[in-house]
Design a protein. Structure first.
Length: 477
């Protein structure tokens, strides 16, 4: 359904597309209508869209976390206080849970957003909020001469006032210089209630002012709405759904499997033909009575027989497999990524890399967009929102996004490789433990000292025992 309260045609199409691709993801029957063939009124809808999105979601920024690190010019700064502060912030805001959901629907819709707000009436340490924002409510304000330059944004919701629909609008704008360009000095915010047809124009005024134009604290110099695109497209301020371009192919898959089911159903029920007239009771035509235990009577010399049905569904299955294969290849969703893989392929690093290559390349591109935007958000939190509202400063600290491994490593092969290098003297025990830690092993901080102490004690015992010493010499010889 098109939003009637949006005046711009491009925004109408954008918001309608969000709804469309959500329905495709959830396999809503009315979204991809099938051609009715025969009397089958319950077609099958294969959730191919969900497979594409969920697989891409799994390989895009897996294990995403924010970590604090010191800047190069601030070596020696203790990161523990800042790490604890942001750990508590993200835990309180359920950020990582929301991140996963926001990312999934960003793939479905093509856009996703974060919104940072603060309430200085709350106790210190709990004033900042990070919420996910429906991209359908986000309307950027662009520079007159450059659509890629965002100078503000509206956050819009429809509400009911009395019995009439109204627009609730929260607007952020960058302060501008005399030439109409952002001066980097601050952000203003205003809030009001508007009529549904008069809220987007530069001269539109609210029916009710909730908050006059005020400037956010001077530490905040960036818009508090962070918009992440699924695809980066020049001169397009919005992204595109992961399912864009596959609508017809997905409809063909649904049509093929529904036709196959209908063919099997008709063959099971059977189809009959005859050149005999229909039966009559008391001179009135009645339907044929067919079924187990019934005997069909018809005039002498007429033909009655059952029509042979389909002999095999293999041609249909081959056609269906072809469609699904094309859909997965076009969307870079290989079988190995959805769990269909031979053991030898899974254990072969080269074969696995070749099969996962297209998917990893696609998701690496998305990771770049995602990391860039979250790096901006981390910088604004550390240098703007936290000192402005929580009265804390973390000088020399950066809040950076960290992404985990997309492909699980073979721990057995990795340990065998480390064993070989340790035995040959290429690495020492400390490096061995550091690499084993990356595989999930946890060592106490004093493990090195404990191993050295145990080795020295073992050597001392051997030296005190002449028989053991003699045996050791002969064995070594």
């Amino acid at each position: 359904m098109k939003p009637t309260w949006v005046p711009n045609e491009l925004d109408i199409q954008r918001i309608a597309s969000y709804t469309l691709y959500e329905q495709i993801y959830w396999t809503v029957p009315d979204t991809l209508k099938l051609v009715a063939r025969g009397y089958e009124d319950k077609p099958i809808y294969v959730p191919t869209g969900r497979t594409i999105v969920d697989t891409t979601h799994r390989y895009t920024a897996p294990g995403f976390k924010f970590a604090t690190q010191t800047r190069l010019d601030s070596q020696g700064t203790d990161t523990a206080p800042s790490q604890q502060f942001f750990t508590d912030l993200f835990k309180r805001e359920e950020f990582y849970t929301r991140f996963s959901g926001n990312k999934r629907f960003g793939l479905i819709r093509g856009d996703w957003c974060w919104h940072i707000t603060a309430d200085d009436t709350k106790p210190e340490g709990s004033r900042i909020s990070i919420t996910s924002l429906d991209p359908a409510s986000y309307f950027p304000i662009t520079h007159d001469d450059d659509v890629d330059k965002i100078i503000g944004c509206h956050i819009v919701d429809t509400i009911t006032v009395g019995n009439e629909a109204r627009i609730h609008r929260l607007t952020y704008r960058k302060t501008l210089d005399a030439n109409g360009n952002p001066d980097g000095k601050g952000i203003t915010v205003e809030e009001g209630i508007f009529k549904t047809d008069k809220w987007m124009g530069p001269t539109d005024r609210p029916e009710k002012v909730i908050q006059d134009v005020v400037q956010l604290p001077p530490q905040i110099t960036a818009l508090p709405v962070y918009h992440i695109k699924n695809f980066e497209e020049p001169q397009n301020p919005f992204g595109s759904s992961e399912l864009r371009g596959f609508e017809r192919l997905m409809a063909a898959v649904n049509q093929a499997i529904s036709d196959e089911e209908l063919a099997l159903a008709l063959d099971g029920l059977g189809m009959y033909e005859t050149d005999a007239p229909p039966p009559k009771v008391d001179g009135k035509k009645v339907p044929w009575t067919l079924g187990p235990g019934y005997v069909v009577e018809h005039p002498v010399g007429t033909n009655w027989r059952r029509v042979d049905g389909i002999k095999s569904v293999l041609p249909m299955q081959d056609h269906l497999d072809f469609l699904i294969k094309q859909l997965r290849q076009s969307s870079a969703t290989p079988d190995i990524a959805v769990g269909v893989v031979d053991v030898t392929v899974a254990e072969s690093g080269i074969a696995r890399a070749l099969q996962l290559g297209p998917l990893l390349a696609k998701t690496d591109e998305k990771d770049g967009i995602l990391v860039d935007k979250h790096t901006q958000m981390g910088f604004d939190l550390v240098n703007g929102w936290v000192p402005a509202f929580e009265k804390q400063t973390f000088d020399g600290i950066d809040l950076v996004p960290v992404i985990g491994d997309k492909v699980p490593s073979d721990r057995t092969a990795k340990l065998a490789e480390l064993d070989n290098m340790l035995d040959r003297g290429v690495i020492d025990a400390e490096y061995y433990r550091s690499e084993a830690t990356k595989l999930g092993y946890v060592f106490p901080a004093d493990m090195g000292d404990r191993v050295t102490t145990e080795q020295n004690a073992s050597a001392a015992r051997a030296a005190a025992d002449p028989f053991a010493q003699r045996a050791d010499q002969e064995l070594n010889a």
